[in-house]
Design a protein around this ligand. Structure first.
Ligand code: FES
Length: 666
C-alpha cells in the first residue's frame, strides 16, 4: 500500500521514479534519483536553471493522478524570481516546489545539464552537452578572528558543502582577484570549475552563463563560433582571412619564410594569435557579452597552423619525415597562448593525426564518427591539400593528398575564389555547345530573361572551383574534352566557342569585356588536382582492401558547393551510389564545437586518433601509379558503374600514357 506521506514522483524523459517524504523539493528528489536537472545557484531561486513542468492528468502508464496542486503553491521567493525573470505560467522552479502528492514532472531540454544539441539533418549525430567548465554559485563564510582560515580555503569549503566538489585548486589569475570578488557582493560568488578540479574564475554574485569559442584555423581563412556552454547554442560566428597570407599563399611558402628569416616563426605566431583574438572580440561583442565570461576555447587546424598557434616552430613539417613536435591534444591556459579570454580560461587543441593530417582532420573524424559505422565511409576535406579518412568501426586510415589550389580557383586562367560574381554552375548543350551558367549572388540561370537584372554590381567576374569542375565535366560529356583531357580541335567545327589557342584549343564560356574561357592549361591543372585526390583515396582503399566505398562525405566549403555528380564525372572521387555522396558541411569546425561542448568527446577523439593508421602518400610507390591512372577523365581503368546508371559517359578516346608528375606538397 502506497504511503500517503511518501508521494511518488516520476520524471520524464528519463522515466526515473521514486517516493520521497512530503515536503521534499523537486530538485532534491531529482538529484537523489540521478535525474539530469540543472542548477547553478544551488537551490536559491536565483538562476532559474531548475525549471520543470507538471504533466497533469490520470497517467495510467505510471499509475498516478498527477496534479498541479500536488506541488506546493508558488511561495514568495519563487514569485520574486518570476517577477524578475518571468517564469512561464506552467513552469515551476524545481528547487522551490515541494512534493505534496503524486506527480509527474517533465524536465524540459533547457533545464537538462546534459542536453543534446540537434544537428542539421545532413550531419552525423547530435551533440551531447557536457562542458569541461561549469558555474557554481556559493555563499562563502566570512572570515573570523577566531577561525583564521584563508578566503580560498573557505571558498573551497563552500564548494564542497554545496556541490560536493573535492580536491580543488585555483588558477593564479582567479586567486589574484579572489579577495576583492568575495567582498563585492557580500560573500556570494560564482566559481567556474573545470572537470579536473581547477577553479579557473570567480565572479561576484550569481553568473549563470559561461561561454566558449570554437576556432577553425585554415591556411586561408579563420572562423570562430561563440557558444553558450550550457545550451550549446551558437550565439555568433565570424570569419576573416588568415593574415599569414602575406608571408605566403600556401603553407610551404610560409614554412620557407620561417626557414629564410630568423624569428619568422615568432612573427607568424603573433599574427595568427592576433587574428584569433580579434575574432573572439568580434563574436563576443556581437553577442553583447564580455570577454571574461569566455572560459574555454577549442582549436582545430592543419599541423602547421596548430604548431604556429602554440608557438612551436613548424620547420620540421616542411621536409620529410614531417615530424610533429607532438601529435597529442593539448589543454593549455589561454594566457600561455596570449589569448584574451578570461585570464584563467583554457584552450583545448585537438590532436593531430600525422605530419600532414592535422587537428582539422581530427575535428572531421569527431564530427563524422565513421568509427561508429558498419559501412565504409570515405570522408574528404578538400582544400589546398585533400585530407582523407577511410574506414569503419573496424579500422580507419588517413592520408593527405597534395591537390594544390586549383579547386579553389587558383592557377585557372579565369579562376577566382568563391565570391559574388563567380560562375559556380555550368551546363553545356551537347548539340550546340552553347553554355548556360549561374553565378554566386544570383539565383537565376543565365538564360533566364531576368538574369541580367539579377547580377551583382560587380558583374560576372570569373569562375570558381565548383564552376570550373562543372565546366570541364560538361565539356567532357559534350565530347569537347577527350578522356585524356585534351580539348579537341574537331569541336571547333561544331561551335565557334572552341577556338585555336596556339597549339591547343580553348572554349569560351562567356564573351565580354574580358572573355571567360576554359583553356587547355586549366584542364591540366584540374586533372592534376583531381588525380592527386583520387589517387589518395584509391591508395587508402587498396590499403583497406576494398574495391568500393559505401558512402562518401565531402567536408569543407568546397564540399558544400560542389555538385557530386560532376565531381564523379571528372573522376575526383571513386565510384559510389550517387545518393550516398553528400556534403558534410564544415565538419572540422563542427568537431571543434563538439570538443567545446562535450568534455567526454575529448578523450574519445584522443583515443580514435591514436587508432587511425596514417598513410604517407609521399613515400608510397603505389600513389604514383594511382596518380597516373587517375589523370584520365574519369579514370584510365577504374569502372564507374554507379555513375553510369545516371549519366551516359562518352566512349574512351585515347588511353592515358602521360606520366603524371609528382606534385609538391602545399
Ligand atoms: S536551482 Fe537555481 S533557481 Fe532553482
Amino acid at each position: 500500500m502506497a504511503d500517503k506521506n511518501e508521494p511518488l514522483i516520476v520524471f520524464s524523459p528519463s522515466g526515473k521514479r521514486g517516493r520521497f517524504p512530503k515536503g521534499t523539493p523537486v530538485l532534491q528528489a531529482a538529484r537523489s534519483l540521478g535525474v539530469d536537472l540543472d542548477s547553478v545557484c544551488g537551490g536559491r531561486a536565483l538562476c532559474g536553471r531548475c525549471q520543470v513542468v507538471v504533466t497533469e492528468g490520470e497517467l495510467s502508464k505510471h499509475g498516478i493522478d498527477s496534479r498541479l496542486e500536488n506541488l506546493s503553491a508558488r511561495g514568495e521567493t519563487e514569485s520574486r524570481y518570476s517577477e524578475r525573470r518571468k517564469l512561464a505560467n506552467n513552469r515551476r522552479l524545481g528547487c522551490q516546489a515541494l512534493l505534496l502528492g503524486d506527480v509527474a514532472i517533465d524536465v524540459p531540454a533547457s533545464s537538462q545539464v546534459h542536453k543534446q544539441v540537434v544537428r542539421k539533418q545532413h550531419e552525423a549525430h547530435d551533440i551531447q552537452i557536457n562542458p569541461a567548465t561549469h558555474a557554481y554559485f556559493v555563499e562563502v563564510t566570512k572570515p573570523d578572528m577566531h577561525d583564521p582560515s584563508g578566503d580560498l580555503e573557505r571558498l573551497k569549503l563552500a564548494l564542497q558543502r554545496d556541490w560536493q566538489l573535492e580536491d580543488l585548486r585555483i588558477s593564479l589569475p582567479a586567486l589574484q582577484t579572489l579577495q576583492t570578488v568575495l567582498r563585492k557582493e557580500d560573500w556570494q560568488v560564482t566559481a567556474a570549475v573545470r572537470s579536473d578540479g581547477e577553479i579557473v574564475a570567480v565572479w561576484p554574485g550569481l553568473k549563470t552563463k559561461l561561454y566558449g569559442v570554437a576556432i577553425d584555423i585554415g591556411s586561408t581563412t579563420i572562423a570562430a563560433h561563440l557558444c553558450d556552454l550550457a545550451s550549446g547554442e551558437v550565439l555568433s560566428s565570424a570569419g576573416q582571412m588568415n593574415p599569414q597570407i602575406r608571408f605566403g599563399e600556401d603553407l610551404m611558402s610560409r614554412v620557407s619564410y620561417i626557414m629564410m628569416n630568423e624569428g619568422g616563426e615568432t612573427e607568424l605566431t603573433a599574427v595568427v594569435r592576433e587574428a584569433i583574438n580579434n575574432l573572439i572580440a568580434e563574436v563576443v561583442s556581437d553577442a553583447k557579452l564580455s570577454l571574461d565570461t569566455v572560459v574555454e576555447v577549442t582549436i582545430v587546424g592543419n599541423p602547421i597552423m596548430m604548431h604556429l598557434v602554440m608557438g612551436l616552430n613548424p620547420v620540421e613539417l616542411g621536409m620529410a619525415p614531417f615530424a610533429l613536435a607532438s601529435d597529442a591534444a593539448a589543454s593549455l591556459p589561454a594566457r600561455d597562448l596570449g589569448l584574451t579570454i578570461n585570464s584563467g580560461g583554457y584552450v583545448y587543441a585537438l590532436p593531430c593525426i600525422a605530419g600532414h593530417v592535422g587537428a582539422d582532420a581530427a575535428g572531421v573524424l569527431l564530427a563524422e564518427s565513421p568509427y561508429e559505422r558498419e559501412e565504409i565511409s570515405l570522408i574528404v576535406d578538400v582544400g589546398t591539400n585533400a585530407e582523407m579518412l577511410l574506414g569503419n568501426r573496424d579500422r580507419i586510415l588517413a592520408a593527405s593528398s597534395p591537390t594544390g589550389p586549383a579547386f579553389e580557383g587558383a592557377q585557372i586562367s579565369s579562376g577566382q575564389r568563391a565570391a559574388p560574381g563567380a560562375i559556380e554552375r555550368v551546363r553545356i548543350d551537347p548539340e550546340t555547345l552553347e553554355p548556360r551558367y549561374r553565378i554566386i549572388g544570383s539565383e537565376l540561370w543565365s538564360d533566364d530573361p531576368a538574369f541580367p537584372d539579377s547580377i551583382p554590381a560587380c558583374g560576372v567576374t570569373g569562375i570558381c572551383g565548383s564552376g570550373i569542375i562543372e565546366a570541364i565535366a560538361e565539356l567532357y560529356l559534350a565530347g569537347v574534352i577527350n578522356s585524356d583531357g585534351t580539348i579537341s580541335g574537331d569541336a571547333a567545327k561544331r561551335s565557334d566557342r572552341v577556338t585555336a589557342d596556339g597549339r591547343t584549343f580553348s572554349y569560351t564560356l562567356l564573351r565580354g569585356e574580358r572573355d571567360i574561357t576554359v583553356q587547355q592549361n586549366d584542364v591540366r591543372a584540374i586533372q592534376l588536382a583531381k588525380a592527386a585526390l583520387y589517387a589518395g583515396a584509391r591508395l587508402l582503399m587498396e590499403k583497406l582492401g576494398v574495391e568500393k566505398v559505401d558512402r562518401i562525405r565531402l567536408a569543407g566549403a568546397f564540399g558544400a558547393h560542389i555538385d557530386v555528380k560532376y565531381a564523379m564525372v571528372l573522376g575526383m572521387i571513386p565510384d559510389c551510389r550517387l545518393d550516398m555522396v553528400s556534403s558534410a558541411g564544415n565538419a572540422a569546425g563542427t568537431g571543434a564545437r563538439i570538443a567545446l561542448l562535450d568534455n567526454n568527446s575529448r578523450s574519445e577523439i584522443e583515443k580514435q586518433t591514436r587508432n587511425v593508421e596514417k598513410i604517407e602518400t609521399a613515400v608510397e610507390e603505389r600513389f604514383q601509379h594511382h596518380f597516373v591512372a587517375a589523370m584520365a577523365i574519369p579514370h584510365d581503368a577504374d569502372a564507374f558503374d554507379e555513375l553510369e546508371k545516371v549519366v551516359k559517359l562518352p566512349k574512351k578516346t585515347v588511353q592515358m600514357t602521360t606520366s603524371g608528375r609528382r606534385r609538391r606538397r602545399r
